[in-house]
Design a protein around this ligand. Sequence first.
Ligand code: TRP
Ligand code: ZN
Length: 471
Amino acid sequence: MRGAGRGHLLIVSCVLSAGLLAAVSPAAEAAPGPRYSPGSPGAGDPYFPDMGNGGYDVGHYDIRLAFDPGTGAIDATTTILATATQNLSRFDLDFQGPLTISKLSVNGLDATFTRSGAQELVITPPYGLRKGSSFVVSVSYAGVPQKIDDPALGLSGWVATKDGAIALNQPIGAATYYPVNDTPDDKATYTQTITVPAGLTVLANGEPGPTTTRDHRSTFRWFMNRPMASELSMLAIGAYNVTRGVTPGGLPDITAIGQAIDTKPGQGQVFNRTTAQIVQWESSVYGPYPFDSTGGIIADVGVGYALETQSRPVYDQRTSDVDGDLLAHELGHQWFGDSLTPVHWSDIWLNEGFATYSEWLYQEKVNNIPVQQTFAKAYADEEDWSGEVADPGRDRIFDDLVYNRGAMTLQALRMQIGDRAFFRVLSEWPTAHRYGTVSTQQFIRFVERLTHRDLGAFFRTWLYQPGKPAL
Ligand code: TRP
Ligand code: ZN
């Protein structure tokens, strides 16, 4: 209200003073009011040009969602707290699929909106938003969310399951069920308040709040109080057996297994305890664990991969085996990928290389298989040496190139700089960029500064040149 009034006054006074000044001195210009322009419809990632948006920075998402397993429909209101980073006449959120918006407001006032292309929700508030000012966007919507099936990147987004639904959002799924600035470069805190028929369980990132049940419906609350990239947000609704534990370091450890697949006696306890032990061990190698709780979910999702969703990874039962290696991988991501997140998807080896290296370290720890031996085998067995690790191309972000050659790059670096410097890198790199975003160039500079060495040629060979590097 106040802003709109001021806008009117400004227009009136500009018109008046322009006339007056023109009469007195033709050269003088009217003092221009602030200029407002639309925010960019993309965040500038070459692999995913439409993902994310420009002109504002999200601080918090409040997702309130009711799910009906009978119809598969959701009924939701997502409220976003953001700050304008330019004078905004208009801005986009990412939102895709068949969900219907019933109401959209900015700072409590109805705003005009259109849907454009596959995933742009274009919002025009009733008045311009000044750079630096915070604003609240509230979107109410309903419908049956549709997962994404990308030929190269597989299934993601809101996935219906036999007993509920699971949302896995890497890299482009979040917008299938909530309006979002879907770029790793705009981390935010989250509140998820999810209502389901009584009897079902809801798990999500972070810490649980109180669950309330009335009229045969239960409402679960989950809080992620550390910055989180949208691709790492997660929601799991279904029939779960939940195990609560605590790591040796005192961190809450909440794990769950889908009831239909929880057939081995004691499996829940083993999963919970192994998670706690690995988090504890990885903290001793990578530095303090970045979040306020840990855990994991084993479910029959049907996507065929596990995902490092923040604080609580999801393991599809169809991933070959939910074993210690996989746990070490997804939990290793909590430092590499989740707390530190590449700004650009081309740099995803900074996640997958380190997560794969976590498996190699784990094999050394539990089975006495030296990392160097795992490296030698990977180096000898690898057949495809095409592609650049630090620029694999959109369709190859989940390739062996990124995972295996990424981990090989780290072991090759260890041989270059020695164990002492290498293990300093493993803990100081995530500590220096905790909760931030990173790039390959930053990593190279970081290692060079720490070692006082020029490693340009080394990293060029391993990260940017196709072909098998000589040892
Ligand atoms: N990033 C996941 C991990 O390594 C794996 C993953 C996510 C994936 N989406 C994928 C693998 C699509 C293959 C295809 O933990
Ligand atoms: Zn991974």
